[in-house]
Write a protein that binds this ligand. Structure first.
Ligand SMILES: [Zn+2]
Length: 439
């Protein structure tokens, strides 16, 4: 007959096994149920609960993770699962360093239009901080020409034989920036590293997605990061750690909508800030007009507005908060209007944008997928249900920022249709007004 303590042990043991087997499922480890303490110890070890003193202080040398719950043991070797998507790095293992060619380039960039006086001042300020080995945040209005500000630093670093990388969140923009940089620096071999372009990873100047930075452990003397407030880099501690790991020198960060976290660093003087709120054509940013009304009336208002736009031959971008809404509204209006819907689900995205550029459609119904990067001459913008939680301040600023970018058509109209003014709407209106005041 079993003693009471043995029974208690059994109950405890079964509970422990059950709980840890759930943990094990997470890390895809299967163990046969055994009835000895060695096995329980093994389970605890595998489930990453039983750590030796040394193992409690583990650190991943790529993503700098120190949280024990992200370390797993594979046949006695601990590795980091926080950054496993970028390939396995064992604890204590220095990530593989690619050898990049370094040489001094006697390069000289050329621009289509000379820098405006305000852009030149911003460039001087950036260079001043970089010379002092300080990281810099460029806070520039949408369409203020922030990419042009990076060319002088790129030239200076390349002339000194240093390695430069321009990283940005979205793949499409990587390809665009690659073309722009190649045009500005015709003597250099500018390469893009992103999905579909990973066979060549070294060039005179590297343009890549934030994700691809994992390839470049301790490589760059100047790391330029564009749209740091955009998904997926924003609030992504892993991508941030990967970026920090790739940079051994200075960081030059660009944004039109900085978040509070980075502004705090500016306040604490960890990062220097350079502002540029004037667009090259000198016209102010479009301040949005806000109309409050129920959704049904928003639809009526929009149809009337689009009719007027069509008469005047002006194209419009209509932003909706969700894919379902965009597709629903498209089904209603496509019978009477030349229009198209553009969401993350759309096939042939490039073809749709191309046809819109060619004025095949009077307007495009889209989600926040088009809030950045797109520049269409003379476009107006309407945001329907602007009080929807998906439209945060940064999104609203970016969407309104599509208007009036072209030097030939620097004015336009941006409208928010909402049931009530949210905090984000108020903040967006205030921020744009502030930029115009400072410009
Ligand atoms: Zn890691």
């Amino acid at each position: 007959m079993k003693s009471r303590s043995t029974n208690n042990y059994d109950i405890l043991y079964h509970c422990t096994f059950f709980l840890w087997s759930i943990q094990l499922k997470r890390c895809s480890i299967s163990l046969k149920k055994g009835r000895n303490e060695t096995c329980v110890f093994h389970i605890l070890k595998k489930a990453n609960v039983w750590l030796d003193e040394g193992e409690k202080n583990m650190r991943c040398l790529r993503c700098q993770n120190e949280d024990p719950k992200y370390f797993y043991c594979d046949h006695g070797t601990w590795y980091c699962r926080k950054c496993i998507a970028f390939g396995r790095v064992d604890v204590g293992e220095v990530p593989t360093k690619v050898s990049l060619k370094r040489k001094k380039f006697a390069c000289c960039y050329k621009l289509k239009y000379p820098l405006t006086p305000k852009q030149s001042v911003a460039v001087q300020q950036i260079m001043h901080y970089l010379e002092q080995k300080q990281d810099v945040l460029v806070y520039a209005a949408c369409g203020a020409g922030k990419t042009e500000l990076t060319m002088e630093p790129i030239q200076t670093y390349l002339r000194a034989g240093k390695k430069v990388c321009f990283a940005i969140s979205r793949r499409q923009v990587v390809l665009e920036i690659r073309d722009r940089m190649q045009e500005a620096f015709p003597g250099l071999h500018v390469i893009a590293v992103c999905q579909g372009y990973t066979s060549i990873t070294d060039g005179d100047l590297i343009i890549c997605t934030m994700h691809q930075l994992y390839r470049y452990h301790q490589c760059f003397d100047l790391l330029i990061m564009d749209e740091i407030d955009a998904f997926p880099y924003r609030d992504n501690a892993l991508l941030e750690a990967i970026a920090m790991d790739a940079c051994i020198g200075e960081k030059l960060m660009l944004t039109a909508t900085p978040d509070e976290k980075i502004l705090e660093k500016v306040e604490q003087k960890e990062i220097a800030m350079v502002e540029l709120f004037q667009r090259p054509h000198g016209y102010p940013l479009i301040e949005p007009t806000v109309y409050c009304m129920p959704v049904f009336f928003q639809a009526l208002w929009l149809l009337k507005f689009l009719k007027e736009q069509k008469k005047q031959g002006i194209q419009t971008l209509v932003f909706l908060p969700t894919i379902t809404m965009a597709e629903h509204w498209y089904r209603i209006v496509r019978c009477t209007h030349r229009c198209m819907v553009f969401t993350s689900k759309s096939k042939d995205k490039e073809a749709i944008i191309d046809e819109f550029h060619k004025k095949k459609y009077d307007f495009l119904l889209c989600t926040t997928i088009l809030e950045r990067g797109i520049t269409i001459k003379g476009i107006y913008v309407v945001i329907v249900c602007a009080d929807h939680p998906v439209f945060q301040e940064a999104s609203l600023i970016q969407m309104i920022g599509r208007v009036g970018r072209n030097i030939e058509m620097p004015t336009g109209k941006g409208v928010f249709l909402c049931r009530h003014k949210t905090k984000d709407i108020k903040r967006c209106v205030r921020a744009i007004h502030m930029m115009n005041q400072k410009a």
